[in-house]
Design a protein around this ligand. Sequence first.
Ligand code: PMP
Length: 285
Amino acid sequence: MALKIWLGDGLVDEHEAKISVFDHSLLYGDGVFEGIRVYSGKVFELKAHLERLFESAHVIRLTIPMSIEQMTQAVLATTEANSVRDGYIRLIVTRGIGDLGLNPFLCKDGKVIIISDNVKLYPEEFYEKGLKVISAATIRNHPMALPPQIKSLNYLNNILAKIESIDAGAGEAIMYNHLGFVAEASGDNVFLVKGGVVYTPPVQAGSLDGITRRVVIRLAKQEGIGVVEKDLTRFDLYSADELFLTGTAAEVIGVIEMDGRVIGTGKPGEMTKRLRTLFFKAAHS
Ligand code: PMP
């Protein structure tokens, strides 16, 4: 069945969901987006995602042509129209149609696009076995260039790292910042476990302020598990008891090998599994 897509101010059929070749989102990657999950018919952490979207838009001087409340209703309407119970939502705001120059303020008719579908993103085996990762040679964007906290439509920095991981036959690439500290993976946040304590780099080390990251930190603290946000090095990752990644698509996934080094026991660790279980309980509650 064809999907109903939110485009502009209402729902259209999938084959009618088209935007102009002069939209600066295509010409320059100028726009913002969110990836959101639906669990048991409920949109997960919608408020947090929309706040992040509006914050990203504010920083790139993009005016979203609807309020957070209207956007909430649009997301719910799209999810309902496609009967999505367990799936994924892609929410995009484009800069709109401009000329062939860079000036974003000449752009008109920026579009809100919402795609909501019942999709299974990764096979279960992916989680049971855990991931191999590599260190990317490509560093994360310098915060004084394109701040990694902006979830913009310009993902080339991460795509270059992703290419490195594919070339190496690995599932993800760990990206470092300009100082050599761990920033994040190409599409996920990074955590390690050492001596029963959970560590993750601060967002200021150069990562997206991941919603899954926030939820995992909150759940761990509620359970009395120590969580420390501090700068981490490649050595810290190699010598961790456990490594795991978090993200809307990946959820909570164990890492079992990095740059040819076995991590911990070589299987997803106990803390990783515990936090993954807690995450699922929270998501489906
Ligand atoms: N970092 C990057 C670069 C990402 O693209 C994502 C997810 N899309 C994340 C981290 C994880 O963020 P979230 O948990 O909000 O999906």
